[in-house]
Every structure is written in structure tokens, then in C-alpha cells.
Design a protein around this ligand. Sequence first.
Ligand code: ADP
Length: 257
Amino acid sequence: MTTTDQPLVHAVNVHKAFHGTDVLKGIDMDVAAGEVVTLLGPSGSGKTTFLRCINQLETIDGGRIWVDGDLMGYAEKGGRLHTLNDKKIAAQRREIGMVFQRFNLFPHMTATENVMEAPVQVKGESKSDARKRAGELLERVGMSDRSHAYPAQLSGGQQQRVAIARALAMQPKLMLFDEPTSALDPELVGEVLNVMRELANDGMTMIVVTHEMSFAREVADRVVFMDGGVVVEQGDPRQVISNPQHARTKSFLQRMQ
Ligand code: ADP
């Protein structure tokens, strides 16, 4: 159980380098249960890498990340840290839903089958239970009427809504969104943001990398501005967006308008 005084995500001094280049230079971040945090920052500032580190799609070079009190990638035994094996890491990853810029649905499966896949294959749920739950989730993202459609028959916005339902099917504690609307035609952005807004209203803990300032302003509890692998500034969205304190935040926000 998550207690109110323990953050759901507790990241301390996270470092990550690629080929000798430091990309994350000591990120500290706590996210409370039920909190919605938007990560803002210029391209290349390390936002995606940080999300991938939380989900262990990247191995961190330094620091620690806990999700719901669970030290990601490690276990303590006899006062020493041990790296977890792949099976344990996969189990930890299942607690976290991730939605990518590209929808990554299985092309040969219908919307329902996409949503059922992980609960059946990974959790061993019965097909009838998984199908029932997929129906509920597709309804939640407004896709009930297209449940038998294949990804190629759906618009980008519809595919992304199915991708959100698919991530929710594993009943994650935390949802990570990596620029979920960046690949969409402008007229399809709103339907995906609406689903995310409802998820936030339902109390889901979310970390969202996005350039959608309206989402940051209206839905997020906090924005975190990153640049050059560090957190430059964070706080209440309206305050940070309308009254940034740091020159780097100011110049980024000016370019976004
Ligand atoms: P952002 O999400 O803020 O745009 P990223 O986390 O995607 O930033 O990237 C940060 C930096 O890390 C960039 O310079 C990028 O080229 C580099 N990078 C990201 N992933 C890799 C990788 N797998 N191999 C090498 N460099 C990478």
C-alpha cells in the first residue's frame, strides 16, 4: 500500500550517460500518489531518458529510483545491494504503464485483442475476464464502438486511446507518457488529452512529457522544467508557465508560444 507520506516515485541523484556523454546529471524527483507531473524542456534535455530510467528501459549509472517503496533494479540483502535478474525487473516494469509517441499497437490484433494481450499472456488471466475488462477499458477511452477494428483502420488519435487502454489493462500504479500527442495531426490531439485528463481526475499518478502547454497548465499539479540533464525549475504550473524564474525556462517558454 502507498501511504500518503511516502512518494510513489522517489528518484535520488539519477545519473545516465550514453557513450561517455552525461544526459542525466543528478535528477532528484518525488511524485506523490495521485499527482500529475508534466516534464517540460527543450529537445535533448533528458526527459525521455528519465522516463525510460523509471521504467528500467535504461539502466541508470548512478542514484536510486523507488516506485511505491520498491527499489527499481536492485534488492538489499545482508546490507548490500544486488542487481535484480531480468524476471524481477520485468515484474517491476509491469507495475508501470507507458505510452509512447508512436502507438506501437500489434497490427494483426483488434483493439480488444491488443488490450487483452498482456493480462492473458503475462498475468495469466482467463480470456473471458480479460475480454470483459478490455471492453470496460475501451469504453473508458471512448473506443467501445471500434473494439473490433485493427490498428490500420483507426486514426492516430484512436490508436493512441487504445494504447492507453492497453497500458491500463495491467492495472499500473504509475503511468508514464512520452509525448503522447506529438505524432498526431492537430485535430486529433484533443481527444487523447481528454482521455489523459479523465485519467488524472480519476486519481492516476502520471508523469507526462509533453509540449502541450494547455495540458500542463490545466491538468498538471506540477511542472518540472529540465534542461541539459538537470531540473532547472519546478512548481505550480500557472506560476512556472506565466512567471518563470530562470532565464532558461523563460527562453524555452517564449519559443513555445
Ligand atoms: P528529450 O526527451 O528531452 O528530448 P532525450 O532523453 O531523448 O531528451 O535525449 C537526451 C540526450 O540523450 C540526447 O542528446 C540524445 O541524443 C541522447 N540519447 C538518448 N538516448 C540515447 C541512446 N540510446 N544512445 C545514445 N544517445 C542517446
